[in-house]
Design a protein around this ligand. Structure first.
Ligand code: SF4
Length: 171
């Protein structure tokens, strides 16, 4: 069994009219290695590798699995949170048990992050790509309208890193 237990805590959002809670569960084990398998089985909404996390979209809420923590952005009460966490514990232990028969998925359905793209660009705003700034170019790449090849200032290593990052998304 990978995940034996967790400890929950709750936070009420600062807005005084808020009726919901945020839930955090501290995990007894590091579940990083199980995340790509969970991404396959649970069809993750967003999967990130640095640092690793998997976000699931459940009706009316987002649930993010970190190596040592699960965060649920909206729950109506503790009973609802416990139900979700118990289900996730079963899923985590089940995929871990069956990992040899599951194809891990590193794909991410969410859009690429503009700042992640920008990090890999030269940030000289030289305009050789036709965009007025590297930020504008990063937005266009994130939307699939431009490709890393269109920045002539990008060195090979950064180009490959950017292609690898973009390869995780389904445009
Ligand atoms: S060519 Fe590259 S470095 Fe120059 S502005 Fe465009 S993205 Fe930035």
């Amino acid at each position: 069994m990978l995940l034996e237990s967790y400890t929950t805590s709750y936070v009420r959002p600062p807005n005084p009219s808020a009726q919901h809670l945020r839930c955090f569960a501290a995990l007894s084990a590091d579940i990083s290695a199980a995340l790509p398998y969970l991404n396959t089985v649970l069809k993750g909404y967003e999967y990130l590798t640095e640092p690793p996390s998997l976000t699931l979209k459940l009706p009316g809420k987002l649930v993010t699995l970190h190596p040592r923590e699960i965060a649920i952005n909206i729950v109506k009460d503790e009973a609802e949170a416990e139900e979700i966490l118990a289900w996730l514990q079963r899923e985590i232990n089940d995929v871990w048990e069956r990992r040899e028969e599951i194809q891990p998925s590193f794909a991410c359905a969410a859009r690429p992050r503009v700042l992640e793209i920008l990090k890999l660009l030269p940030k000289t705003n030289c305009r050789r790509c036709g965009a007025p700034t590297c930020m504008v170019f990063a937005v266009e790449v994130g939307q699939g309208g431009k490709t890393p090849e269109q920045c002539p200032e990008l060195d090979q290593q950064k180009r490959e890193a950017l292609q690898e990052y973009l390869g995780r998304f389904r445009f």
